[in-house]
Write a protein that binds this ligand. Structure first.
Ligand SMILES: [Zn+2]
Length: 96
């Protein structure tokens, strides 16, 4: 499990997802709020699937994304995490 947290750029407290909505198969819009009541910053964010890193074993022919280039693959290897907290929350909201 990663220790990565989505943090507020103002006060460095944890951000939580208030709501999120799918606007496109590759795009999800989320509204985040700082958990520090003294701060209270809220923001709109977008999470977009942009490049294919590895092909699907159940490929849908309508799903077409550019293949990640060498620099993007290298960046993925260097990244410490793929933001599991945020993705976990998006998954929970979708299940409701
Ligand atoms: Zn804050």
């Amino acid at each position: 499990m990663s220790t990565y947290k989505l943090v507020c750029p103002h006060c460095h407290s944890r951000m939580r997802i208030r709501t999120s909505e799918g606007t496109h198969i590759f795009l999800r819009v989320a509204y985040l709020q700082c958990t520090n009541e003294a701060c209270g910053w809220s923001v709109r964010a977008e999470f977009e699937m942009t490049h294919e890193m590895s092909p699907s074993g159940m490929a849908n022919p309508t799903v077409k994304l550019p293949i990640a280039n060498v620099a993007q693959r290298r960046a993925a290897m260097l990244s410490p995490t793929d933001h599991p907290d945020l993705l976990d929350q998006l998954e929970m909201e979708r299940a409701i």
